[in-house]
Design a binder for this molecule. Structure first.
Ligand code: FES
Length: 290
């Protein structure tokens, strides 16, 4: 006796229906924007990345409709567009919140507290990695290194930096976002919603007063090495010690114990290494079997 594929729980992979079209007024508006973007490139297909940001700014994530739109205006196949949209993590593939809260859990941030921050936010928000709060305000995810290791542990909201975070400060941050209280990144442009951010990333100017000027350059901690190389004295302290901030809770203050050899930033503390740690002296490492 044979069993059918449905009885075996096997999907026959029915082809998806065509992506639904944008409403006419939306498509007309997006086509105008797309023409402006495409005109910046000698080869139209080079406009695919900003166009994916553009369609993401429309719906908050890259939908099949958005990918079909990109394929149409760039004369690409949907397979080509899909291949790009699924490669880059900055493109969302499913609906999510107004604020994408990314906790860096790469090596340096992880050891400086990123793992603890991510764990406490999961518990605080009641969502896992990639999950969105029920009110649609916050999507939590762990992210890879954002080249801000000198401000570790780093949290990013819609790609704006929140440096030197603690579990308590990160929880306050998401509470403020959910309650609609104003939130200011540590450096760079003021915060805006994910859709607004996507439109800026598509290449349209940030019209908010002072936003462009606020984009700024490297922060003080990033410049210490340069100052030392120039023979300048490094500042006594580059960032606020994480235990001394005005908002930290008592449990966070207990984490860090400044020593007389206070360091330049919260992560410049001298660490025991194999060369300095008497419990783990340096020495040749024998291969197994030697
Ligand atoms: S490891 Fe977190 S910013 Fe580099």
């Amino acid at each position: 006796m044979t069993t059918s594929s449905s009885e075996r729980g096997v999907s026959l992979g029915m082809p998806e229906l065509p992506a639904p079209a944008y409403p006419d007024d939306v498509r007309t508006r997006l086509e105008t924007d797309a023409r402006e973007i495409i005109a910046r490139y000698p080869d139209s297909r080079s406009a695919l990345l900003p166009l994916l940001h553009l369609v993401q700014s429309e719906e908050g994530h890259v939908t099949r409709t958005g990918m079909q739109f990109c394929a149409d205006v760039l004369h690409l196949t949907t397979a080509e567009v899909t291949a790009v949209a699924t490669f880059y993590t900055m493109y969302r593939r499913r609906p999510s919140g107004d604020y994408q809260v990314g906790v860096c859990t790469n090596t340096l941030c992880a050891v400086m507290g990123g793992d603890a921050i991510f764990e406490s936010l999961q518990e605080h928000l009641g969502v896992g990695n990639g999950g969105t709060t029920e009110d649609g305000k916050v999507t939590l995810e762990h992210i890879e290194c954002n080249a801000a290791c000198d401000f570790a542990p780093v949290v990013m909201v819609n790609w704006e930096f929140f440096d030197n975070q603690t579990p308590a400060s990160a929880k306050r941050l998401v509470d403020d976002l959910i309650e609609g209280r104003p939130v200011e990144p540590t450096r760079g442009a003021p915060l805006c919603t994910f859709k607004e951010t996507a439109r800026i990333l598509a290449g349209f100017p940030d019209e908010r007063p002072g936003a462009v000027e606020a984009s700024g350059g490297a922060g003080p901690a990033s410049l210490v090495g340069l100052r030392l190389a120039r023979g300048e004295a490094a500042p006594a302290r580059v960032v606020h010690p994480r235990d001394g901030g005005p908002h930290d809770e008592p449990q966070d203050r207990a984490v860090h114990h400044p020593s007389p050899a206070e360091h330049l930033s919260s992560h410049d503390a001298p660490q025991d290494t194999s060369a300095s740690d008497p419990a783990h002296p340096a020495g040749p490492t024998a291969e197994e079997g030697e």
